[in-house]
Design a protein around this ligand. Structure first.
Ligand SMILES: [Zn+2]
Length: 127
């Protein structure tokens, strides 16, 4: 069941935070559910803390969206990277995603549908 807040005031803000568009599937999602990817020296890195400067591309933490984004070359376009990204430019993002998914499946083997939602609820404790 999906509850829609009734405040369409032009601002794309929800209670959970700003809404971004996934560069893979082009669906909108709360930024907290998406990975922020930025380009550093022609390489794409996952901006885990969302603090790196510059343009960010937003992506669902699922392989499907990464593949889609790669196919349509969405990253260079979204990030305005001049020229073409290297072949291994996405390697780091892919690795991050793989670890990410491993963790998720470890914690929720019984509820596949809840894997992304549970991630957004998780608190990151940088102690
Ligand atoms: Zn997506």
């Amino acid at each position: 069941m999906v509850q829609r807040p009734r405040q369409a005031s032009g601002h794309e803000e929800r209670r959970d935070g700003p809404v971004r568009t996934c560069v893979g599937c082009r669906r909108r999602a709360v930024a907290g559910e998406l990975l922020r990817v930025v380009a550093v020296n022609g390489h794409l890195v996952v901006d885990v803390r969302r603090r790196l400067p510059g343009r960010g591309a937003w992506l669902h933490p699922v392989p499907e969206c990464l593949v889609k984004a790669e196919r349509r070359r969405a990253f260079p376009r979204a990030l305005r990277v001049p020229g073409v990204l290297g072949v291994d430019a996405l390697g780091e993002v892919r690795q991050y995603l793989e670890h990410h998914l491993e963790r998720l499946t470890e914690h929720s083997q019984d509820a596949g549908a809840a894997r992304i939602q549970s991630e957004s609820r998780k608190q990151v404790d940088p102690s």
